[in-house]
Design a protein around this ligand. Structure first.
Ligand SMILES: *Cc1c(COP(=O)(O)O)cnc(C)c1O
Length: 378
């Protein structure tokens, strides 16, 4: 139960085992046509959604280098490991970064974006780059409000890392007028790592005309051009596209609202149960990510705790990154996760705390009771 790679359904695994087909064949073009339509459904958009062979970082980098130019001024939101990564990417490509940060565990304050964007009379800010669900801390940023401030600026593009929010909670790309949205296959999509996705608005394509940053493999214009004939500029991970097709069909069968409701109840069950187990949530309680719950653990080494849970219950939890290593552990509840997984992980965490003499067995019962209450609500 880590926030990626996430569990993969049997049907999707079976699709991976098929013999590859030619990526210029009619059969593959048919597949690209249908997966692209279904990706647009998932993103709630009429914009182009392009599929790249590469991980989520490739999709974000592609969005940045395909639309911006050397020396462009950009705002980067930074309240965790991934926000930090986008600052590094932007700086690496010679962009001028204005950082808006928040303490790890806290959300970004939309007012800070509003202030800087409103003061930019000369319209020098070319993009706002930020992470919707910050997987490293379990925080979800208020993208709806921040995107409204970006829209009011009119000039700046929004370049959003939705890697652990697409397929977990509502991200209405057209309604919020998000220009560039990146995500990756090993997260909410329920398929192994290797593919990533990026949606591009008309405004983003317009910006791409003037972009002068160096690029070749990740030049999104090439992807757009070949997509017009349901094709790819280079050989894609054909078998992962088989898997993508199965996974998107499963998601369509479940329906967006049900998928979001399932993630919400799992988020509530895990976070409420953790509190009942005398554990503290690392993230601000009003901004909990639908995909991952970060839990603080005092007087116990979180790495040792994770190891015990892996050995005894065969459940893999994620650790803390950087200064959070040993201080927090993270429970992923993203993608192909069911109520049994959630009940099991709560019982495993609870029983391990009992064995460490930190809590009573009654508290484990209480935690499971609270979890059951939330799981009942669909
Ligand atoms: C997983 C993840 C990414 C992408 O990481 P890759 O290893 O490149 O797939 C980006 N942002 C967030 C928030 C993530 O959780």
């Amino acid at each position: 139960m880590i926030p990626g790679p996430t569990p993969v359904p049997e049907k999707v695994l079976e699709a991976l085992g098929r013999h590859p087909i030619g990526h210029r064949s009619k059969d593959f073009q048919d597949l690209v046509e249908i997966t692209t339509k279904n990706l647009q459904w998932l993103h709630q958009t009429k914009n182009d959604v392009l599929t790249i062979t590469g991980s989520g970082t490739a999709a974000m980098e592609a969005g940045i280098i395909s639309t911006l130019s050397k020396g462009d001024k950009v705002i980067c939101g930074e309240n965790g490991k991934f926000g930090q990564r986008w600052v590094k990417v932007a700086q690496e490509f010679g962009l001028e970064v204005i950082k808006i940060d928040a303490k790890w565990g806290s959300p970004l304050d939309p007012e800070n974006f509003k202030k800087i964007l409103e003061k930019d009379y000369k319209k020098e800010i070319k993009a706002v780059i930020l992470t919707h669900s910050e997987t490293s801390t379990g925080v979800i940023n208020d993208l709806k409000t921040i995107s409204s401030h970006i829209r009011n600026h009119k000039k700046a593009l929004s370049i959003i890392d939705c890697v652990t929010s697409i397929g977990a909670c509502d991200v209405p790309v057209d309604e919020w007028e998000l220009d560039i949205v990146a995500s990756g296959s090993q997260k909410g999509y329920m398929i192994p790592p290797g593919l990533s996705f990026v949606s591009m608005s008309q405004k983003a394509w317009k910006a791409s005309e003037a972009s002068n940053l160096p690029k070749f493999y990740l030049n999104l214009k090439s992807y757009k051009k070949s997509l017009s004939s349901n094709s790819n500029p280079y050989t894609p991970a054909v078998n992962l596209v088989f898997a993508l097709n199965e996974a998107l069909n499963m998601m369509k069968d479940e329906g967006l609202d049900s998928i979001f409701a399932r993630h919400k109840k799992h988020r509530l069950a895990v976070s409420e149960a953790a509190k009942t187990l005398n554990l503290q949530l690392f993230a601000d309680e009003n901004h909990l990510s639908p995909s991952v719950t970060a839990i603080q653990i005092k007087d116990i080494d979180a790495e040792q705790f994770r190891k015990t849970i892996k050995t005894k219950y065969d459940i893999l939890l994620a650790g803390g990154q950087d200064h959070l290593k040993g201080k927090i552990f993270r429970v992923g509840h993203l993608g192909y996760i069911n109520d049994r997984d959630v009940i099991s992980v709560i019982a495993a965490i609870g029983n391990t705390l009992v064995e460490l003499n930190k809590i009573s067995t009654e508290q484990v019962g209480e935690a499971l009771k609270i979890a059951s209450f939330h799981l009942k609500v669909t």
